[in-house]
Design a protein around this ligand. Sequence first.
Ligand code: ADP
Ligand code: MG
Length: 619
Amino acid sequence: MPAVERRRIQQLSPSLVNRIAAGEVIERPAAVVKELVENAIDAGATEITVEAEDGGRALIRVIDNGLGIAPDELPLAFASHATSKLADDEDLFRIATMGFRGEALASIGSVSHARILSRTPASEAAGEIHDRGGVISDVQVAAGNVGTTIEVRNLFYNTPARRKFIKGTSTEFGHISEMLLRLALPHPLISFKLLHNGRVALDLPVATEQERLLAAWPQEFHEQRLHVNAGDAELRIRGIIGLPELARPTARYQYLYLNGRAIRDRFIQHALREAYRGLTEPGRHPAAILLLKVPPQDVDVNVHPTKVEVRFRDSGRIHGLVHSSVREVLLGNDLTPNAIPMRSDAGPPRQDLREKLAEFFRQQLPGNGDAAPGALAPSVSADALNFAIREETGSSDADSGFAARGFANQVPQRSQEIAEENVARSAKPQAAIQLHNSYLVAQSDDGLVIIDQHALHERIMYEELLSRLQRGPLESQRMLIPIPVTVSEAQAALLEQIQPLLKKLGIEVHSFGPDTVAVQSFPSFLEKLDPGTFVRELLERGEQELLDLHDEEVLHEVLDMMACKAAVKAGDPLTGPEIEALLARRELVERSSNCPHGRPTTLRLSLRDLEKQFKRTGF
Ligand code: ADP
Ligand code: MG
């Protein structure tokens, strides 16, 4: 005999149904704001004011100048599953409004004291109706402007369990403010105002799309934005993205919209992350506000009660569009950070570097800036320049030690052409001096650049490896004796997952007993490294970071690691030809000036900056 008593199946009462729905949709005061403001947007309002008291716990009032609700429909507004936004079954598959479930007002009314005051343009007077925890009043005639005002007081007064989860006034108000901003961004033609306890907290007048989107970012980000606008007649993407250095550990400055609705979508976030790959540190979230437009029938918004998650008919296409359009904008722009910080919080290292440089030039150049910038460059023989090209074609000088650094033989056709073209094009020889065995200083068109030799080489290796891979697996060397590496169970599992990928990269590792694997071949260009150590490190890192990544992401991570290990280090003295070869290849990665780990490879100091430093301006 079961220990429980059987109970009859019963239909739930409407008030219970609504409270259950409220549990899903109305998580906190900000959720009320979302539902009410979405309704106002759907009603065609051009002015929306939100007033909150005590973080929205005491009162939330939303006033709009939209189309209003006719008096005889007011009772339906609070009824569950009652909506003006769906006429037939088909409509559900091409939703163009923010709402469609007809549940929000019923849910809100069931857990608060709510009131609607509304007037349509056609009616003489407004109508008013109350919902007190699910008990709906009759409609009364009242005075009011065209549009709708909805008041929600004493939220969760009858659901103590939910009320307990509500945080302090400022936290809840913070959520409200963020929510309203999020709602307002894709609607620049609607003015939004938010008041808290009578004080204006947010004021967004009618604006252009650009201006409105920028409202989400701090002022100092504004100058560092790039514009995205791409797509075709069906699929469009518009918005602003931040320079890589604006990426942050949280996704705070990231806003994604689909047909005007704020969404959360792992696919799109992934596409965005991928577009910034190599430009920001891993784990950082680029600043980006993207407005996607998709035909309504190509997306299902009915998969989540608050509609923040959606399902695309063709997610691959969206992914591709986001990735390619963002990447294109990034690579099409000069991302070289300026050595003179643009922002006050640019951090001390650059400031330091700038001062050190100014100091260096004061000491090194007796002419104190009178000298032409060309005087910086030590003379470089034509031979040294040609060296880079010969090296690339692998025709001679292969024993220069440079080959051993992993440069030679890995160069793809394209970079060779670029480098050749580059040398042919530039009238002046490109030359640099090495400082502290770590930095290369070279003349640029409008001043000079300071290059981090490790970061640049790493970046070059990364790009070269990537394009080399497109032509087939990397060359590898078979070990005479396989090199054993002890692995944990998780590492062995990871290895199994990434084995095919490693093979492409020239690393062959096979299982060799219960907790041991053996490295059987290793890429030729990494010959300086110890294969056992490399594989051990890869698996250790992988255990924490690679397990739930896509193959492509794993590939990039491993490439990052290879490029980093194979590149010249800070502190390595470079010969003239080596410097030349590095600079010749710079063109290959020029457009993206960050190393795979997200650090910049190049800082720039313009003549103007120098003049300022030497106090030559201002008189
Ligand atoms: P939904 O938005 O999913 O239709 P709601 O419960 O949010 O469901 O609203 C129910 C109905 O009330 C809406 O379909 C709409 O007709 C009407 N309504 C709600 N708010 C407003 C408003 N601010 N202006 C005009 N009509 C509104
Ligand atoms: Mg609604």
